[in-house]
Design a protein around this ligand. Structure first.
Ligand code: 5CA
Ligand code: ZN
Length: 384
């Protein structure tokens, strides 16, 4: 698998070659939209590509089931935040299963890992990589990590703007540096909070949650950390920094482009959403949804339109008709073209085009159709 990081040889262990994948999970306060789906499908194709290459994959993910937008939605709708999170997490799992996204091997929520996050925060304090303000809040001291900034490689002004836009608090009085991120938030009235050793009663910050879950689930090397492009800064910059100080290195950062709808990034906070469960309830075949997503390279931003789903249905029907033939052109060259395309930074549009070509070519091979069905099923998660 050749992501854009040139360092990328995967590791071989005594048990055989292996690879570790951390994909940031959802904040469960609304249904899964197509932007989420596109990101999770992209990393699912990566996992399938690795498995096809004979790697033993360990895949971990989190659920941000304590966070401001979730608490605000629960308060606004009069629902207990725990019920909202549990309900939306279950619905997300159903949507992912329908889309045939392979579930992570380790899947942890904030609420079930509070003691471990607290231990992590205490370890960072002990090592001088964090500090506590008078009210008990704990922040990471970014100056303890000389490699900070290497993930996003942004100038100071841009980091500052994005930090403020995406959950950071650059102007909090008492912080050593404006970009220092929150690790532990002491209890505020009405907020969920936990009693833990050493720290005041409170709740975890966001980035440290992913650092801790990745480290605890995958060990000292995360081959790929993935998410949508909106997570590059500050989230992956910060979580990678925390993980590094905890002894875990992230080798490759891979980010999916953002899916827009009605002219803007599809986003729970903007409300311009196309939900996966609505598309499924309308009778759309999950394989067509995957094809519509796979028609775009995972790294590019794109805009969802109904036409693309129509085109994906047409493609799926053509593939199914071709895969029902008794004889067809041999599958081996298609398999190698698809593998080559996916090995080239997960180039799904080229992989799909190779199958298109096969559907239009006649031949005498009697096992080709079965082999193509196996190929699309295993590598692309598409059932013919
Ligand atoms: N819980 C955090 C990560 S630890 C979070 O960002 N949750 S989320 O529910 O907001 O997003 C879940 C995943 O979907 C993230 O990888 C995010 O980058 C991705 N995502 C969100 N909106 C879009 C979009 N419009 N296009 C593509 N991916 C998106
Ligand atoms: Zn995350």
């Amino acid at each position: 698998m050749q992501l854009r990081d040139p360092s990328g040889q995967l590791r071989a262990s005594a048990a055989g070659p292996s690879a570790t994948l951390y994909v940031c999970g959802i904040t469960p306060y609304d249904s899964t939209h197509l932007g989420h789906a596109a990101t999770y499908v992209a990393f699912d194709v990566l996992r399938r590509t690795w498995m096809d290459a004979g790697l033993s994959v360990q895949h971990a993910s989190n659920v941000t089931d304590v966070d401001d937008p979730l608490l605000e939605r629960a308060a606004a709708t009069g629902v207990d935040w725990r019920d909202l999170a549990a309900d939306q997490t279950a619905k997300f799992a159903d949507d992912m299963a329908a889309l045939r996204v392979l579930p992570p091997h380790t899947y942890l929520t904030v609420t079930e890992t509070v003691p471990q996050v607290a231990e992590t925060v205490v370890a960072l304090l002990r090592d001088g990589a964090a500090y506590q303000l008078d009210d008990g809040d704990v922040y990471a001291d970014l100056s303890a990590d000389p490699a900070f900034g290497g993930v996003a490689a942004l100038d100071d002004a841009t980091m500052h703007t994005l930090f403020a836009e995406r959950g950071g608090d650059p102007d909090r009085v008492g912080k050593r540096h404006q970009l220092d991120p929150l690790l532990w938030r002491a209890e505020r009235p009405g907020d969920p909070a936990w009693d833990v050793p050493v720290l005041p009663r409170g709740r975890p910050g966001w980035h440290v949650e992913c650092a801790m879950i990745a480290t605890a689930s995958l060990g000292s090397v995360v081959d790929v950390q993935g998410g949508g492009r909106d997570l590059v800064f500050p989230h992956h910059e910060m979580s990678t920094s925390h993980a590094r100080l905890l002894g875990t290195s992230v080798r490759v950062q891979a980010h999916a482009g953002l899916v827009a709808y009605a002219g803007q990034k599809m986003s729970k906070s903007l409300g311009n959403l196309v939900f996966v469960n609505t598309l499924l309830a309308d009778g759309n075949d999950p394989s067509a949804i995957r094809l519509a997503i796979g028609a775009h390279h995972y790294r590019t931003d794109w805009e969802w339109t109904g036409d693309q789903l129509t085109a994906a249905h047409t493609r799926l029907t053509r593939w199914r008709t071709a895969a029902a033939r008794r004889t067809a052109a041999p599958a081996a060259p298609v398999l190698s073209a698809v593998r080559q395309a996916l090995a080239n930074d997960l180039d799904t549009p080229t992989a799909l085009a190779a199958i298109d070509t096969w559907t239009r070519t006649e031949g005498e091979d009697e096992s080709a159709a079965t082999e193509i069905r196996t190929l699309t099923d295993a590598l692309l998660g598409i059932a013919l």
